[in-house]
Design a protein around this ligand. Structure first.
Ligand code: ZN
Length: 411
C-alpha cells in the first residue's frame, strides 16, 4: 500500500521535529543529511529503525518533544539487556485513546457496556491503554488488573460485566474457571477484546464457545503507542488499522524491500503524528500481510492479517516462506490427532524436504490419515510434506513451540 501525499507530508513534519530536537533519531537523520522526503521512492530509502537502536537510546534519548510537554513514559522490557523507554506527550496519550476508542467501536462496543480490564497496569502499555479508550468511549470501566481470578469472577457476576479485556492465555484460564464452577449462566459477557499475543484458532474457539462471546483481536506494541492500533471487525477478515495515525509497510525481512499487497512479510511502522518519540520505519519483526480489497463492513481503514509469528520463526523451504503457525493450524483441523507435533526440515540430494510427525491412536488408518494431512498442508503452503503418524505419547513434550521445529539443514 503506497504512502499517500498526505501521509508523506506528515512524515516530513516528523522528520523536521526529530532533526530539530537533536534526539537519538534526529541525530541519525542529520548525519545522513535527511531533512525531507518528496516521493514514495524517497520514503523507501529512509533507514529502518530497530529495537536495538531504541535500547541504545536508554533512558530518554528518544525524547523528541520538550521535556515540559512529556506527561508519561512507558517501557517495554526485553528479556535481555536494557529496557526501551518511550516518552508520551498529552497529545500522544490522547491520540492513543482515540485509536483504542475506535477499536471498541469497531467491535460494536458502546457506552452502555461494562468493560473489565485484566491486563497489567504500570510501566507497560496494556491495562492503561484499554482503560483510556474505554473511558473515551464512555463505557463503565472495571480496572481489575491481572490475577486474583476469584475476585475477577465475583466482579464479573456482581457488576454484570459485558466485555472482558485480556491476554489470550488469561482469557483461556477464565474460561476454564467459569466452566469448572458452572458460572456460565451467571455471567453477562458478550464480547472479549484480546491483546496482541499469538494464539491459535483452537484456543479462540475454546474461549468463544466456553464463555459464549464474540472475540476481537487488537494489535499493538509499546514502541508504537501500545495495544489498540488495530482490531478485527465483526466480519473477522483481518485487523483494520488506523492509517491516519500510522503508515504500515510489509517488507521481505531478508532483503528489506517492500512486497506487493497480499504477500506475507514483516510489518514496518511509521508514526505519522507522534510527538514524544516519533519512529520512522520501525521494524516490528511481526509477520503479516496487507489484505487487498474492501471489507464487507465498509470501513475505509485498511487491513492486515492475523500475526503469523515473528521473523525469527520464518523458515524458507523450497523457496517458500513457511511459519510453524500455518502447519499447526492445519493440524488442528484433524480431531483424530493429538496436539503434539514435530517438524523436521532437511536438505537431501540438493533438495529441501519437510517431514511432519503427528501422534494418533492405533485405531486410525495411518496411511489414509497422513495422505489427507499432506494434502491439506500442501493447499496451505504450496508444497507437499512427508507426513508420518506415530503412536500417542511418542513425541517429546515441550512447552516451547520452537522446540517442535528442527531444521537439520543448519546443524
Ligand atoms: Zn471490516
Amino acid at each position: 500500500m503506497q504512502i499517500t501525499e498526505h501521509q508523506l507530508s506528515l512524515v516530513n513534519s516528523r522528520i523536521e521535529a526529530l532533526v530539530n530536537s537533536g534526539s537519538f533519531y534526529g541525530k541519525k537523520l542529520a548525519d545522513l543529511r535527511i531533512s525531507h522526503v518528496s516521493s514514495p521512492e524517497d520514503f523507501e530509502k529512509l533507514p529502518f529503525s530497530e529495537k536495538s537502536d531504541l535500547r541504545d537510546a536508554y533512558p530518554l534519548g528518544l525524547m523528541t518533544a520538550p521535556e515540559s510537554e512529556i506527561v508519561r513514559i512507558h517501557s517495554s522490557s526485553g528479556t535481555t539487556g536494557k529496557p526501551v523507554i518511550i516518552p508520551y506527550t498529552a497529545k500522544d496519550v490522547d491520540d492513543w485513546g482515540e485509536m483504542f476508542k475506535r477499536c471498541y467501536e469497531t467491535a460494536g462496543i458502546t457506552n452502555r457496556d461494562r468493560i473489565q480490564i485484566t491486563p497489567g497496569y504500570g510501566l507497560w502499555t496494556a491495562g492503561i491503554g484499554f482503560q483510556n479508550g474505554a473511558e473515551k468511549l464512555g463505557a463503565m470501566v472495571v480496572p481489575m488488573g491481572p490475577g486474583n481470578t476469584e475476585k475477577q469472577l465475583q466482579m464479573m457476576q456482581d457488576l454484570e460485566t459485558t466485555v472482558i479485556c485480556a491476554t489470550s492465555s488469561y482469557a483461556l484460564l477464565l474460561t476454564e474457571e467459569v466452566e469448572k464452577r458452572g458460572l456460565r449462566d451467571k455471567i453477562r459477557l458478550k464480547k472479549g477484546v484480546i491483546g496482541s499475543e499469538r494464539w491459535t484458532k483452537k484456543m479462540r474457539d475454546r474461549i468463544s464457545s466456553g464463555l459464549g462471546i464474540e472475540l476481537y483481536d487488537t494489535y499493538g506494541l509499546t514502541e508504537i503507542y501500545g495495544p489498540g492500533i488495530g482490531i478485527n471487525c465483526q466480519y473477522n477478515t483481518g485487523m483494520h488499522y488506523w492509517d491516519d495515525y500510522l503508515y504500515l509497510e510489509i517488507i521481505d525481512p531478508k532483503t528489506g524491500k517492500s512486497v506487493p499487497d497480499g504477500e506475507w512479510g514483516e510489518i514496518v511502522i511509521t508514526t505519522l503524528v507522534k510527538e514524544g518519540a516519533p519512529l520512522i520505519r520501525y521494524r516490528t519483526h511481526d509477520m503479516s500481510r496487507i489484505i487487498p480489497g474492501e471489507c464487507p463492513c465498509g470501513s475505509c481503514f485498511p487491513r492486515i492479517d492475523t500475526i503469523q509469528g515473528r521473523t525469527d520463526d520464518m523458515m524458507k523451504i523450497k523457496g517458500v516462506n513457511v511459519f510453524p503457525n500455518q502447519i499447526e493450524e492445519v493440524l488442528q483441523g484433524f480431531p483424530e490427532i493429538g496436539s503434539e507435533y514435530q517438524i523436521r526440515i532437511s536438505h537431501v540430494e540438493g533438495r529441501d524436504s519437510m517431514r511432519i510427525y503427528v501422534e494418533t491412536t492405533g485405531d486410525v488408518d495411518f496411511s489414509d490419515l497422513t495422505r489427507r494431512i499432506a494434502e491439506k498442508v500442501k493447499s496451505r503452503i504450496g508444497f507437499t510434506p512427508i507426513v508420518k503418524a506415530v503412536e500417542m505419547g511418542v513425541l517429546p513434550r515441550s512447552e516451547k513451540k520452537a522446540h517442535r521445529v528442527i531444521d537439520e539443514r543448519f546443524e
